[in-house]
Ligand binder design. Structure first.
Ligand code: MG
Length: 470
């Protein structure tokens, strides 16, 4: 990996060099860096895939992908909600470091700042073709769109698919735009087509760029509510509509993998599958499953922040590998930049290169002494080794509440945890509080978390903001 860092200006200059580099790769004078595909699902839970223990046979393609690569058991998103999580994935930064919190909507006047460096911008230095098909959610105003953040091609929704006039609780949303490039091409699009549209474009992009390195970000809108599925998957899963949607997402993964194989790119393509946060439990039968984990989306319990993560790269990642070390989406930017031979951003980031973990090297250990989980700007939990500390905080829970059904949500109750310590190695469901028995660990992990929080507070950067709504 190149060690030097470059500025935003350097990135812009680098884009021109990248074009030259691409020509060199095409002539075979140097081995090209690998293609990278990230398939991200929205609100899919830790317990929703066969490879993670889901019953039935709704995910054969993803289960096969897992068997052909590495499955991470302890993979995290930095915050358990859409915009914040995506900001972290694409920049390698804690979302509160860069001012992208919660879920942006049509009234938001902020977005990802132009100074931030996305994975797309990082690999552009090395001549990659870049595309996003799906949900962006880092600002819907033109200056914040993917095309201003390193992506050559964009087709998808600017924010969540429930932010439209058919919202079950708020009919005041404006029409939901479908965007191509920077142009709105439809309003309130037929959502039964979204997964198909994204997938067809993803396959076409792979085909069109088979002779040059590419970065493809396939950011599905599903299985975020409202759930929609195409005719060919309707009524197919015993799990109901949610299962049908999962089957279609699995089909999509199968199509992507098949296209990679057809183009002869298996050994040159790293494919990553993960989710942006845990299941939206208040939606009951229209929400996913966190499996053995406690709680779901919107909480710092494992069900909110721990997600399925599968990575496949034949010839580089050994088959049937399992990684049990803590890592997460923040690590994708530095890892992919390393693979591409691209410089890291000049400003502080929070992710680390986890290539040894991806390759399941036997001695590889997590590069993180502590993983800190904030909700907005408040530190809620710290994972250190096999232990996890909760700082005192309030959270939402569906425990004891009436479940939602048929697309209508139930109501969350508010609950509170005091300082609590769990041994995730023995207690994945976070039920047996060891704080009173292990004051040494409580003190040590608290110190780590507070030190990280203090250092981050000194180097925080603001989000981009428009002067007035446009
Ligand atoms: Mg989400």
């Amino acid at each position: 990996m190149r060690r030097h860092a470059i500025s935003r200006r350097g990135f812009l200059a680098g884009a021109g060099l990248g074009a030259l580099a691409c020509g060199r790769f095409a002539r075979g004078a140097a081995a090209p860096p690998p293609n990278v595909i990230i398939m991200l699902t929205d609100d899919l839970g830790y317990g929703d895939l066969g490879a993670y223990g889901a019953p039935g046979n709704d995910t054969p393609n993803l289960d096969r992908m897992s068997a052909e690569g590495v499955r991470f058991t302890d993979f995290y998103v930095p915050q358990p909600v859409c915009s914040a999580s995506r900001a972290g994935l694409l920049t390698g930064c804690c979302p509160n470091r860069i001012g992208i919190l919660g879920a942006l909507g049509p009234k938001s006047v902020h977005g990802l700042h132009e100074r931030e460096v996305t994975i797309a911008e990082a690999v552009k230095q090395r001549g990659y073709a870049t595309a996003i098909f799906g949900k962006w959610h880092l600002g819907h105003h033109p200056r914040f769109l993917p095309t201003r953040h390193g992506f050559d091609t964009y087709f998808g929704l600017p924010y969540s698919n429930d932010m439209w006039p058919h919202h079950p609780e708020d009919p005041n949303y404006p029409p939901l735009p479908l965007i191509e490039g920077e142009r709105v091409i439809a309003e309130n699009p037929d959502q039964t087509r979204l997964t198909t549209w994204y997938t067809e474009r993803a396959a076409a992009f792979i085909r069109a760029n088979r002779d040059r390195p590419f970065f493809l970000y396939l950011a599905h809108s599903m299985p975020h509510v409202p759930l929609y599925v195409s005719e060919k998957f309707k009524g197919k899963s015993p799990r109901g509509l949610y299962g049908d949607v999962i089957r279609e997402l699995d089909w999509s993964a199968g199509e992507v993998l098949a296209e990679v194989a057809r183009c002869g790119l298996d050994s040159r393509t790293l494919v990553i599958f993960c989710s942006d946060n845990g299941p939206w439990l208040s939606y009951g039968d229209h929400g996913g499953s966190a499996g053995p984990l406690r709680e779901g989306k919107g909480t710092a319990w494992e069900g909110g922040i721990r997600v399925p993560a599968i990575m496949r790269w034949p010839g580089t990642i050994p088959e049937k590998s399992v990684c049990r070390e803590p890592a997460g989406t923040l690590d994708l930017l530095p890892t992919i930049a390393g693979l591409a031979g691209a410089a890291l951003p000049e400003h502080p980031i929070d992710g680390k290169n986890i290539l040894p973990l991806m390759k399941a090297e036997p001695e590889a250990r997590s590069p993180h002494e502590a993983l800190c989980f904030f909700w907005n700007n408040e530190l809620h939990a710290v994972r250190s080794g096999r232990f996890k500390l909760h700082l005192p905080h309030s959270y939402r829970t569906m425990e004891g509440q009436a479940q939602g059904s048929g697309g209508k949500p139930g109501k969350y109750a508010s609950a509170r945890t005091e300082l609590a310590l769990y041994d995730l190695g023995a207690d994945i469901g976070e039920r047996n509080d060891l704080a009173a028995q292990r004051p040494d660990l409580v003190a040590e992990i608290t110190e780590r978390g507070r030190a990280f929080e203090a250092a981050l507070a000194k180097t925080r950067r603001a989000a981009g903001r428009i002067e007035k709504e446009i």
